[in-house]
Ligand binder design. Sequence first.
Ligand code: SF4
Length: 247
Amino acid sequence: MLSVQKIKRLSEEFEEKTPQEIIEWAETRFSQNIAMSSSFQTQSMPLLHIASRIIPNLPIFFIDTGYHFWETLMFREQIAREWDLNIVDLYRDHRWDAYARQRTRTLPLEDADLCCHIHKVHPMQTALRDYKAWISGIRRDQTSVRANAQILELQNDGLLKINPLLNWTRADVKQYMEENDLPSHPLLEKGYRSVGCAPCTIAIGVNDDERAGRWTGRGKIECGLHTELFKKKDVSEIQQKIELEIK
Ligand code: SF4
């Protein structure tokens, strides 16, 4: 078991390591107890490419919210087939089906935090219960929240989050894509530089921040997977809210 001090020291050491070196360490340390998540957008390609080559049968969680663009689903199918990926689709808890179905068209706009919790955070939290470590593709240059992240982060529930690409920039992603001739999400050429769910994503200009098209004008920049929403206290508060509304 890694102590908090050891995790902190390793995380500092990893600031000088490549994503490949960090993932090789993770593979050695966690073997079968590690999973990765991916939203299958253009910027996801480098980490998917690197990690799936170092850990061939790595479980890759794709959160199927039911609100994805058709292009995302087709792109996910294409990459999974061509790269022979071990993808695990995650869905919302069936106990919340009736509640969510009644609000299919309104929930993303009326209560995006709740919608993200039902469709993204809770399925991910449930899936990760069987693992000790989770590889994520966040970068410090994406949002103000991510700017303060660490390469290794011990979560409240004991899960170790590993962010191998944290120090990469947009330019690094572009360079890796070009050097390895990786495919782009089909909506990139239409101005969707960060692609999430259809009700919460718009096309943006070339000079806008990468995630400017996500929840635009709604004061939200994160779905909750990479923020305090993942902590047990906040999760239980939101679950209570949903359960109260269901009753
Ligand atoms: S991104 Fe939008 S549609 Fe997707 S889960 Fe969050 S609020 Fe719902």
